[in-house]
Design a protein around this ligand. Sequence first.
Ligand SMILES: [Zn+2]
Ligand SMILES: [Zn+2]
Ligand SMILES: [Zn+2]
Length: 153
Amino acid sequence: MMAAHEELLQTALRERGLRVTPDRLHVFRLLEASPLPLSIPALVEEIHDTGMNQTTVYRILELFTAMGVVHPVLIGHGSVGYELIPPFRHHHHHLVCIGCNEVIDLYNCQLEHRLDEIVKPYQYKILYHDIEIHGLCPKCQAKEAEDPGPSAH
Ligand SMILES: [Zn+2]
Ligand SMILES: [Zn+2]
Ligand SMILES: [Zn+2]
C-alpha cells in the first residue's frame, strides 16, 4: 500500500512536469520516517549506501523547498534541519532547548485564530506561520538550579 503522503508527492511532482525518481522518493521517505528535522549531513549519512551523492541531496531539498514539501528549521547550535510541512505532515512547532539542543514537536498550536486577529489591521491573509520556541527543558532547568553556570544572568 502506498502511503497517502507519497501519493501527494507524486501528484505534486507530476503537476510540475517532474519525474518521480527513486532518489526523490528515497529522500522523501527518510524525511517522513524521521520524527525530528534531518540535517544535510544526517541525510547524506542515511543515503551513502544508495550511491546518491551530497549534491543530489542538496538539489532534492532545494526542489522540495520550492515545492512547499519541506522547510528548513533551526535545530540548535545554528545548524539547519529539514522536515516535511503540511499537507505532508501535521502542522506543528518546535520547543528547542538551548541547554542540550533537544527538539520537541509541539502539535497543539492553537495560534491560527489569535494570529488572524493580530494581523487584521494589516489586512493580511496568513498562508502559514512558523514559530520556534527556545528555552530550557526540565533537565536543563534542574542543572541550572544546581549550578548557575555562564548562562545565568
Ligand atoms: Zn535541555
Ligand atoms: Zn518538527
Ligand atoms: Zn502553529
